[in-house]
Design a protein around this ligand. Sequence first.
Ligand code: SF4
Ligand code: SF4
Length: 252
Amino acid sequence: MEILNKVLGVDNIYIGIEANKPDAIALMTEKCAGTGFEVVPLEVKYPQGAEKQLILAITGREVPSGGLPMEVGVVVQNVGTAAAVADAVIDGIPLIERNCTVTGSGVTEQKNLRIKVGTPLQHLVDYCGGLNGEPAKLIMGGPMMGMAQLSLDVPATRGTSGLLIFREGDVTLAEEGPCIRCARCVRACPAKLLPTTIAAYTRLDMFDEADEYNALDCIECGCCSFSCPSYIPLVQSLRHAKAAILEKRRKI
Ligand code: SF4
Ligand code: SF4
């Protein structure tokens, strides 16, 4: 944090930690004594750690639609990045490792691991005692924002914060139904978007319209998909829309 402070030259540094981690709050408060850095306990909710939500929770500032945190005078770094900065600047170690949680009903021993970037996911599973039965779903990343994988024969990346393996009984495999206009996805969206509308435009390849509805403000939190009673893969549509809009902008 001292290195980041020197580089950025900011007036205030806050460390947001959800209130259900009192041991972390106590330890960081102790370590920050006399530094001017402030530990801020945060309401426990998802997605509290997302950049724009964190800025709003700590500073009360709202990043405008299509804008960057810099526009409200804020830079957000996650704890892994801060640690990587220290490793690089103090010890000259590049980003070759990260923390990764291997969990779910489909793995024999659930563990938090320190892994090398590039490690095959199968090696992580082997280290955790192997598979526990036939896996029905593999997810690289977290439960809400992770990406489904077809096999364990892929390498961990810098972003592999977790590996989730679920057996059949723990996975919702329901058929997608029609939109019943219940607006649960709208209420759930922390970015104040209309996920159902953007997804409908995306399915018709109407990306300009999806753009007009601010698809690029989607933080891919997955709350819309999670709340949809018709199991419509809304976040997948939003990701598709964002990729198509950005691709189009690159070509202009
Ligand atoms: S994933 Fe869904 S709920 Fe989350 S920001 Fe995007 S549209 Fe909103
Ligand atoms: S939550 Fe699902 S069913 Fe309800 S409005 Fe959104 S897309 Fe339609």
